[in-house]
Design a protein around this ligand. Structure first.
Ligand code: A3D
Length: 308
């Protein structure tokens, strides 16, 4: 039987997710947006790319959540994106209302689904979707770490002039200025990157990774990144649908791991058919623990402001 993935929000990230899911032949897709005609038009256009791009999965555009019923995965991208000068936190107030209503609409129609949240501020929205859905916490996951580590890998690959595919990297913490890229756990085909680059060069790359989203926003001026965020979402979708049990960084619910409780934040997880199958606790240095703790405080205070 074919899998079904619903993507909510037919904007830049949502439509690109739909395109990658189809091109990777992972599932039939339902693309939903509140704007009439937008998901229908994009879906029709994408469907007509099938014969040339070699996919035959179905895509339907809709404004009606009934079409999302019995999805295996729901990806939530609905919401406002950043403009130049805005932080992800600036989006909080407006996106709370959107993510709340979308989660209510999808969770009752696909009670067995796994929800992947993309809307910013990511960790807070993931917590909100978990609370509103009433799902077990392993079934609601935020996408950020895969993207942050992909950015880290690309910048390292450029500096080292090696394939990004040979680089493994781990990024912890909230998706924002307080993220914690872990150079210590970063390798090029097994060789620690700390053996290959000076601390100065590594620090520069870490800084660029933290600001990579803002760098794109500054160029685009009217929105934020979408090719790489969508690619990261689809990496997670594939991992779940194929039960790959990969070790990836994602925003997951913590209940004591890393000494943190009752929040969503970026940590290494094993991702498989049932969602987050395990949160991995890495041995952190005192400095890394402090950075993760600082990042968690920012996320926790935003979660508290929701008064859930
Ligand atoms: P954009 O291209 O504006 O698309 C958002 C879409 O959501 C629009 O088509 C809206 O019409 C739609 N929408 C708004 N409200 C609703 C609603 N109630 N129901 C259904 N659809 C609705 O933005 P985008 O696709 O570039 O970004 C979407 C979100 O993802 C933003 O919040 C971004 O900040 C976030 N984002 C997160 C990351 C991460 O790495 C976590 C990366 C990129 C974007």
């Amino acid at each position: 039987m074919r899998h079904k993935v619903s993507v909510i929000g037919a904007g830049n990230v949502g439509a690109t997710c739909a395109q990658y899911i189809l091109e990777n032949k992972l599932a039939d897709v339902v693309l939903v947006d509140k704007v009439e005609g937008l998901p229908q038009g994009k879906a029709l256009d994408m469907m007509a790319a099938g014969p040339s791009r070699g996919f035959d999965a179905d895509i339907k555009g809709s404004n009606d959540y009934a079409d999302t019923a019995d999805s295996d995965i729901v990806v939530i991208t609905a919401g406002l994106a950043r403009q130049p000068g805005m932080s992800r936190e600036d989006l909080l107030a407006k996106n709370v209302a959107i993510v709340k209503s979308v989660t209510e609409d999808v969770s009752k129609r696909s009670p067995k689904s796994i929800i992947i949240v993309v809307t910013n501020p990511l960790d807070v929205m993931s917590y909100l979707a978990w609370k509103i859905s009433g799902f077990k916490s392993n079934k609601v996951i935020g996408m950020a770490g895969v993207l942050d580590s992909a950015r880290f890998r690309c910048f390292l690959a450029k500096e080292l002039k090696v394939s990004a595919g040979d680089i493994q990297a781990m990024v912890l913490g909230g998706h924002g200025d307080s993220m914690v890229p872990l150079a210590r756990f970063c390798t090029v085909a097994g060789v620690p990157v700390t053996e290959l680059l000076s601390k100065e060069k590594l620090d520069k790359i870490i800084e660029r990774t933290k600001n990579a989203g803002a760098e794109v926003v500054a160029h685009l001026k009217t929105g934020s990144a979408y090719y790489s965020p969508a690619a990261s979402v689809v990496e997670m979708v594939e991992c779940i649908l194929k039960d790959k049990k990969r070790l990836l960084p994602a925003s997951a619910y913590l209940n004591g791991e890393y000494g943190l409780k009752d929040l969503y934040i970026g940590v290494p997880v094993i991702l498989g058919a049932s969602g987050v199958e395990k949160v991995l606790e890495l041995p952190l240095t005192a400095e890394e623990k402090k950075l993760l703790g600082d990042s968690a405080s920012v996320v926790s205070s935003n979660i508290k402001s929701l008064n859930l």
